[in-house]
Design a protein around this ligand. Structure first.
Ligand SMILES: Cc1cc2nc3c(=O)[nH]c(=O)nc-3n(C[C@H](O)[C@H](O)[C@H](O)COP(=O)(O)O)c2cc1C
Length: 240
């Protein structure tokens, strides 16, 4: 990069077949944590969600429900969640994303991505206030113009959560085909009481997670993060 060229998306260290749009979109999807305020047209959001709903689901149950937040509604929502995040009351998840005890190799992977991100931001161990502020950026959807909140009916089982992941991955990959970026956000799940109140949802509705959608701002350092992956022989066994 020189002084005149704007920063661009970092490339992952893999040879990408750029003539293959699926490979390009999957490999260029990454969690973006700083967005431009450029609006995303409503038709684009509708198109992405229409296509994402082509995701498979067991017996075609289609367990996903999406709340799309923009403009003043998004700002009011963010303010409410941020107030809870900064307030004295303890908010906890009603479903467990993470194990009670982190064992290897997951513990090391989790620590690595955390310290890589904070390292880029110049946040050192023990700087709890700065960590808190950075974590709080989740609740402003990292300044993205579109925020999504995904919910599921409480009586649905783990299989529907598997389906849900495919739907959300579709959104993230389809976003790339429109030049958009995303960040999936489980950080919202802990604030289910506030979110239910904000969105007028009943107790039978579970908050799965949120997602930021918009045009990436490549200037902030946090968007230069490239996360690692275990090579093929670390997670695949071929049985011939
Ligand atoms: C369901 C889900 C929830 C996540 N929640 C958060 C979150 O709340 N905040 C955040 O900054 N990143 C969140 N992430 C992003 C992960 O940290 C990220 O996917 C991982 O480090 C790999 O990096 P990459 O997405 O850039 O490839 C989440 C990812 C997933 C799949």
């Amino acid at each position: 990069m020189n002084a005149s060229s704007p920063p661009t998306a970092p490339r992952i260290p893999l040879p990408i077949d750029t003539a293959n749009p699926v490979e390009e979109a999957v490999s260029q999807r990454r969690s973006v944590r700083a967005f431009l305020d450029t609006p995303v047209p409503r038709e684009t959001v509708e198109r992405i969600l229409t296509m994402a709903a082509r995701a498979p689901s067991g017996t075609n149950m289609q367990p996903w429900k999406v709340h799309v937040l923009t403009g003043n509604a998004k700002d009011r929502f963010s303010e409410a969640v941020l107030a809870a995040f900064d307030g004295p009351e303890k908010h906890t998840n009603e479903w467990a994303y993470y194990p009670k005890e982190f064992r290897e190799p997951y513990l090391s992977r989790r620590r690595k991505v955390g310290w890589d991100l904070y390292g880029l931001l110049g946040i050192a161990r023990g700087e709890n206030e700065r960590m808190h502020t950075q974590h709080g950026r989740n609740f402003k959807f990292f300044d993205a113009p579109v925020g999504m909140m995904f919910t599921i009916d409480r009586h649905l089982e783990i299989g529907s959560w598997l389906d849900y992941g495919m739907f959300i991955q579709n959104i993230m990959v389809l976003a790339r085909s429109h030049g958009l970026d995303t960040c999936p956000q489980a950080a919202f799940a802990g604030f289910h009481k506030v979110i239910r109140a904000q969105l007028g949802l009943d107790e039978e509705t579970v908050i799965v997670c949120g997602l930021s959608l918009g045009y990436a701002d490549w200037s902030p350092v946090e968007n230069q993060l490239i996360t690692e992956r275990v090579p093929l022989d670390g997670f695949v066994s071929f049985h011939d």
